[in-house]
Design a protein. Sequence first.
Length: 119
Amino acid sequence: MTCTVVDFAKDRTVFNITGTTKEELDNKLNLFFTSEGYTFKGEKDNAKIYTKGNKVLRALLGAFWKYFKVSVAVKNENDLFSVLVQKDASGLMGGAIGMAQVKKEFTRIIEAFKVYFSN
């Protein structure tokens, strides 16, 4: 399995992955996010939604409680899979500190994704 970054921005990153099957990739994605503490919440617009933390407690306690949300969309073209990992929570409920926490977590998860899928 080969993984390369093809596009990135502050709120999304696109990876090209080859040398795998759709089922294998889905299983690896689920394993990766589960191992990072995220839970699968369902699908929206052909993207899988993973969350970490509690949204209600984030709204009540602000930056004192963490909440992260990531959407993952997979597109397939022959043997090439394009995986879009996108930040889906702004952190606004936690103020400036919450926004910084979300940015830092997204950067961390992207770096961990590169390492996990490069092995």
